[in-house]
Design a protein around this ligand. Structure first.
Ligand code: AHR
Length: 308
C-alpha cells in the first residue's frame, strides 16, 4: 500500500504572512508605473508578505471600494495612494474601527483626525513647486519678463494643489514672472499635449515658459510646441516635476530644461515602516523622500544610472 502522505505541519505564527492591500491610483504616468513596480518588487520578493494590488483607474470611488474589500478580507495593513485629497474620512474610519493601520503613499489626504492614518510616505510637493520656480528664475534671469503657462496635475490631488502653491510662492516676489494660463492636463502626456496646443493657439509666441506638474505632461507639451513650429527648450523654457528617464533624455536632446525629482521608489520605505510598526515602533508621521533638481550636464551625466 502506498505510504500515507504526511500531514502538513500546522501553520505557526512565524509562517503567517503579513497581508498588505495596496490601492494604487492608476497608470497615468511613467512615475506611477515606477511606483507600482517598486511596490510589486519589494513585497512580491519577500516571503514575509502577501500583496493584494488594486488599480483604481484614477477614480476615488474605486479606491474606496478597494479599501472596503481589503477590510472585508481582514488584511493586516493597507497602503493608499489617494487620487484626491478630500473625501476619505468615512472609509478611513472603517479601517480604524477594524484596527487596520493605513499608510498613505505618495499623496496626502485632508482629514480632521490625523489618527486616521499611521504615516505618510512621500515627497514635499510644495518644496518641489518652489524649486521649479527658483530654478526657472535662476536659469532665465530675474530681470527678464517671463509669461508662464502652467499644466496642472489631477484636479483635487495633493500633488497638483501643492505644486501649484509652491510655484506661486516661488515667483511671488518677482513681478516679471507671471502665470498667464493654467489648466489641468491630468498628469497624462496626451492631456498635456492637448492643453498645450490650446495654449499655443490662444497665446502663441507670447508664451515664454511652461511649468508642468509632471514630466509626462511636459513631454506632451514638447510635442505640441514642435508641431506648432517652435523649439521646445529654446524658444520656450520648460520645467517639470518627477525625474523619469524620458525627461532626462529630453534634457539631453535640449528639449526640456529642468526636471525636479520626485522619488516613486517607495516600496522599501513602506516595508520598513510596516515592519517597524509590527515590532512596536511607531514610524514618523511623515517619512520624507530625498530629492534633487536636474538640468544641463548634471542631468546628462545622471541619465545612465537613472532607475526609473
Ligand atoms: O503623486 C505624484 C504624481 O502622480 C507624479 O508626479 C505624477 O507623475 C503622478 O501621476
Amino acid at each position: 500500500a502506498p505510504a500515507p502522505t504526511p500531514a502538513p505541519a500546522p501553520e505557526t505564527k512565524a509562517d503567517k504572512k503579513i497581508v498588505l492591500g495596496f490601492s494604487q491610483i492608476g497608470a497615468e504616468s511613467g512615475w506611477r508605473d515606477a511606483e507600482t513596480q517598486s511596490i510589486k518588487e519589494t513585497f512580491g520578493n519577500d516571503a514575509q508578505f502577501e500583496l493584494k494590488f488594486s488599480d483604481a483607474q484614477q477614480k476615488q470611488e474605486n479606491q474606496i471600494k478597494a479599501i472596503r474589500s481589503f477590510i472585508a478580507q481582514k488584511v493586516d495593513v493597507i497602503a493608499l495612494a489617494p487620487v484626491v485629497e478630500s473625501g476619505w474620512e468615512p472609509v478611513l474610519e472603517e479601517a480604524k474601527a477594524a484596527k487596520i493601520p493605513v499608510f498613505l503613499l505618495d499623496r496626502t489626504v485632508k482629514v480632521n483626525d490625523e489618527s486616521l492614518y499611521t504615516a505618510f510616505i512621500g515627497s514635499d510637493f510644495i518644496l518641489e513647486g518652489q524649486n521649479a520656480a527658483k530654478t526657472m528664475i535662476e536659469q532665465l534671469g530675474a530681470d527678464k519678463k517671463v509669461n508662464i503657462v502652467e499644466l496642472q496635475g489631477t484636479v483635487g490631488a495633493s500633488a497638483a494643489n501643492d505644486r501649484k502653491k509652491g510655484f506661486e510662492e516661488g515667483i511671488k516676489s518677482n513681478p516679471n514672472y507671471k502665470i498667464i494660463k493654467s489648466q489641468t492636463g491630468d498628469f497624462t502626456r496626451a492631456k498635456g499635449k492637448e492643453v498645450m496646443e490650446a495654449f499655443l493657439k490662444s497665446d502663441g509666441k507670447n508664451i515664454h515658459a511652461v511649468y508642468a506638474h509632471n514630466d509626462d505632461m511636459a513631454l506632451g507639451a514638447i510635442q505640441a510646441i514642435e508641431e506648432y513650429g517652435l523649439k521646445p527648450g529654446k524658444d520656450i523654457f520648460i520645467v517639470s516635476v518627477d525625474g523619469v528617464k524620458a525627461a532626462f533624455e529630453a534634457i539631453k536632446e535640449g528639449k526640456l530644461n529642468v526636471t525636479v525629482e520626485c522619488n516613486p521608489l517607495l516600496g522599501p520605505q513602506l516595508k520598513k515602516a510596516i515592519l517597524d510598526l509590527k515590532a512596536g515602533t511607531q514610524p514618523p508621521k511623515w517619512i520624507k523622500s530625498e530629492e534633487g533638481v536636474f538640468f544641463g550636464q548634471k542631468a546628462i551625466d545622471a541619465l545612465p544610472t537613472r532607475k526609473y
